[in-house]
Design a protein around this ligand. Structure first.
Ligand code: NIG
Ligand code: FE
Length: 414
């Protein structure tokens, strides 16, 4: 019976399609009152009005009565730094008192501080810690999460992180799907201070070949005084040549041109974009690069929010994700992400749902697998407590999710 499930009496609200939804189309959700969803062997075989539902032998299925509650596709958190040693509450407090994120990093804190803790951490402990976060993500409706390396910054420690991520990815009993990203270019490690090109050479020579097969994506922190545009271009071109799909941390702290570079190199997504230029917005829209916006990070850093409306009004596809990490954004809150997107980024509720489901899936190149409630997709489904999806931002920062289903299995119930 594993992965065989029938949901009756649901109010389905879902984006539609097997690729990112762009521009004004993000505001459209297919709504089906009195719906039935049939999942067989983990895949949706029917999602439509109950009157059209196929006759099946119910004894082979788990039956769930939604009592008219909303059924959405499972949420896709397409940008997290889920694996890390230690915590940095001291830095958070320094920032409250006026320190900036980059000045802490330049003093040897920030990412390097988590690198020190991650290098000495045991792989099993990193895995256990990730599982603790995964439980919480699942209870908020996340059925797919991306996880980056990037706190090792040497061959051995980066591979330790990627092996932990791969073990989660391969674990069929996990409550959600994990997708791995190699982020060796998260910072220049202290051993290579002032020798960025040598560190890039090392990544190209040793880390990219070792990461192949462990991660499908390669990401970089393209930022002033971290990896500048020329350095980013050289490394990401090499990653592309090695067969990785590309993601960028782009224009997070200052306007540098990361968005334009992501478009030039055909990245799947560029993320953050708080300080993206108008040319960057245009280039991403033209090249179909998903703009993954991370409002929790802007909130936690007291920075302006990314220009979601500009992206949508320019015809780009916007995804939303949490950026869970121990530094800039120690939060994985889906409810708060939804609230900030609607209240401060002026996204409609429907656009926000599309951004957290189908467009998140597209940002991981998984739009054919998950992100909408349609036949052929995986049975990744969230039932809300309510019969109206508009409750999501209105119940500000609170969890509206009652039941979470991953590949047809009930994995969380609140
Ligand atoms: O997405 N900006 C770079 N990377 C992370 C923060 C990592 C950290 O502070 O540990 C981000 O904001
Ligand atoms: Fe990040």
């Amino acid at each position: 019976m594993k992965g065989n499930l029938i949901i009756k009496n649901a109010y389905v609200a879902t984006p539609v399609g097997i690729s990112a939804v762009k521009g004004e189309k993000m505001g459209f959700l297919r709504e089906i009152p009195n719906a039935t969803i049939v999942v067989r062997n983990g895949r949706i075989v029917f999602c439509g009005p109950s009157s059209d539902a196929p006759v099946v032998n119910e004894a082979d299925y788990e039956i769930l009565d939604a009592n008219n509650r909303v059924a959405l596709p499972g949420f896709v958190d397409s940008h997290t730094h889920l694996i890390f040693g230690g915590y940095r509450p001291d830095e958070f407090e320094w920032r409250l008192k006026g320190d900036s994120y980059m000045s802490i990093m330049e003093r040897g804190g920030g990412i390097q501080s988590t690198v020190n803790a991650t290098r000495i951490a045991d792989a099993d402990d990193l895995r256990k810690k990730a599982l603790w976060f995964i439980d919480r993500m699942s209870s908020m409706g996340v059925t797919t999460v991306e996880a980056k390396s990037g706190y090792g910054l040497d061959l051995e420690s980066e591979m330790k992180m990627l092996d932990v991520i791969k073990s989660l990815e391969d674990d069929a009993d996990l409550k959600l799907r994990v997708v791995g990203t190699f982020l060796g270019a998260h910072a220049v490690p202290k051993e290579y201070k002032g020798k960025t090109d040598e560190y890039i050479d090392l990544m190209i020579r040793e880390m990219l070949p070792a990461a192949k097969g462990k991660a499908r994506f390669c990401d970089i922190f393209t930022e002033k005084n971290v990896f500048e545009i020329e350095e980013s271009r050289r490394f990401m071109q090499a990653a592309k040549d090695a067969g990785f799909k590309l993601k960028f941390h782009a224009d997070e702290i200052v306007t540098l041109g990361g968005a334009e570079l992501a478009a030039e190199l055909g990245a799947v997504s560029a993320d953050h974009l708080l300080h993206v230029s108008d040319e960057g917005v245009k280039a991403m829209a033209e090249k179909g690069v998903v703009a993954t916006l991370l409002p929790l990070t802007a909130f936690a850093l007291r920075e302006p929010y990314a220009p979601a409306r500009k992206f949508i009004d320019s015809g780009a596809a916007v995804a939303l994700a949490t950026d869970l990490n121990p530094g800039s954004c120690f939060s994985g809150s889906i409810p708060l992400t939804i609230a900030l997107a609607c209240i401060y980024m002026k996204m409609s509720i429907e656009e926000t749902i599309t951004a957290l489901t189908l467009n998140g899936a597209a940002a991981l190149d998984l739009a054919g697998e998950t992100g909408s409630l349609e036949e052929g997709k995986c049975g990744d489904i969230v039932l809300l407590e309510f019969d109206n999806y508009r409750m999501l931002p209105y119940y500000v920062g609170m969890n509206c999710v009652s039941t979470v289903i991953s590949k047809g299995r009930i994995v969380s119930q609140n």
